[in-house]
Design a protein around this ligand. Structure first.
Ligand SMILES: Cc1ncc(COP(=O)(O)O)c(C=O)c1O
Length: 434
């Protein structure tokens, strides 16, 4: 971008907005009346080009784009292809704020608290790289973390010598117990613990952690500490977002990191970080932002005038046609109704788990209770490896997955794109493996 153009545009935007909270960041966009009525799962399924040749029990892995998202991507793609420079200049000063507003409308929190990323992994990498830590400070993480959290923390430790400690919050997922998990966290917080890292819903076992109860322990510790020594509570929330009817800013954590290309059905290559103001202030940006932070560098505005999350949004040009289409996915979820979505996904998962639990040749690892689990049914079939279960089910027309962890299980992930008959047919195929 030309320096002159940036100055002109930034000046106009700043003149039009309150500097501390630009208008684009506080306005909530009105929802369109979409083609979907709340809880109409058949109409929802019809918005996806997803093949019907298979029963899809792994749709969380990477989203198929529903029609409103695909249409928005196509609209932006065409405009960029016709005139990339003008199209970008027309939108770049306001679009991140508009996306943050749409995100906050669905997820909760304030628009200025959201950074935009390309994936859960990018968000975790940014959060764990950016947190301010002193030598000797400790990151306390669980042994249940996905590769992406585990390695983001390991890379941080390798670069800085930060001390990392790992604890298990449960031994047997099927017997997951909230009091036990809370006790284990409480017993392991040390004087130099500055960060606690957990995952909301474990893609390894389907266990859903009680984030609020864990946050209560951390809040109690923080109450006796001076601000600089307080613990920052970080959650990988990717499997939970798009299932649970939850305002993430009220969950109790300080950072909530998620890709939006899984349960949310957002464009592939999109994700978000929500951070409390306190947490963002304890973080440094890792990759220069192309937001108003650029105008700070040009000495046009001060850092305090830049929304916290925007400063942490990695800059450079992106596949903007995808990022800019993200609000459509949130609108779709709001049209379906967050409570309906939660109830439907739990209903289908309960059906799957109850069916699996009845089979003598199957061992179910995911807790039965929807209060302790979400989105997944993880299991073993006697005498068949998880990868062989996946391969044999694929031959029978069912796409599922094995968990990508050292201890691997076969995994169903019943979603909004399934129905009761599909779950029964998948269960019948597992039954036939006896
Ligand atoms: C718990 C968890 N965190 C992070 C990721 C990585 O997500 P992304 O592909 O959005 O980086 C996954 C992948 O499914 C996961 O299961």
């Amino acid at each position: 971008m030309l320096r002159r153009q940036f100055l002109g545009a930034a000046g106009t935007a700043l003149a039009a907005n309150t500097l501390a909270a630009p208008a684009a960041l506080t306005a909530s966009p009105a929802l369109d009346d979409g083609p979907i009525t709340a809880g109409d799962w058949t109409a929802l399924r019809n918005l996806f080009p997803l093949t019907r040749d298979y029963i899809q029990l792994s749709t969380f892995l990477l989203a198929s784009h529903p029609k409103p998202v695909a249409d928005a991507i196509e609209k932006h793609r065409r405009a960029f292809d016709e005139n990339p420079s003008d199209y970008w200049h027309e939108h770049y000063l306001t679009i991140d704020g508009e996306i943050a507003s749409a995100t906050a409308l669905y997820m909760g929190g304030e628009p200025h608290q959201f950074a935009l990323t390309d994936s859960t992994t990018m968000g975790l990498g940014l959060v764990y790289s950016g947190l301010k830590l002193d030598p000797g400070d400790e990151i306390l993480q669980t042994t249940h973390e996905h590769y992406s959290s585990d390695m983001s923390i390991a890379h941080r430790a390798a670069r800085t010598g930060a001390h990392v400690r790992k604890i298990a919050l449960y031994d047997n997922p099927a017997l997951f117990n909230i009091d036990e998990a809370v006790r284990r966290l409480k017993d392991n917080i040390a004087a130099r613990t500055r960060v606690v890292a957990v995952t909301w819903v474990h893609s390894s076992t389907g266990v859903k952690l009680p984030i609020r109860a864990l946050a209560d322990i951390i809040d109690a510790v923080n109450a006796d500490r001076k601000p600089a020594d307080q613990i920052i509570f970080c959650v990988d929330g990717v499997h939970g977002l798009g299932i649970e009817n939850q305002d993430v800013s009220k969950l109790g954590c300080d950072f909530f990191v998620a890709g939006t290309h899984k349960w949310i059905f957002g464009p592939r290559g999109t994700g978000v970080i929500w951070g409390s103001d306190r947490a963002w202030r304890r973080s440094n940006a890792v990759i220069p932002s192309f937001s108003l932070s650029y105008a700070v560098w040009l000495e046009q505005v001060t850092q305090e005038q830049v929304p916290l999350g925007q400063h942490m949004t990695p800059g450079g040009f992106h596949s903007f046609e995808h990022r800019w289409a993200l609000p459509e996915a949130f609108k779709l979820h709001l049209q379906l109704g967050k409570a309906n979505v939660e109830a439907r996904i739990h209903q289908l998962n309960s059906q799957a788990k109850e069916g699996l639990a009845k089979m003598a040749h199957v061992k179910l690892y995911t807790p039965m209770s929807p209060a302790l689990s979400a989105g997944f049914a993880c299991f073993d079939v006697d005498g068949v490896t998880p990868d062989d279960v996946v391969a044999r089910m694929h031959d029978k027309g069912v796409i599922m997955s094995s968990t990508p962890y050292r201890q691997s299980y076969a995994r169903f992930a019943p979603s909004l794109l399934n129905n009761e008959q599909e779950i029964d047919r998948a269960l019948a195929e597992i039954h036939a493996m006896a």
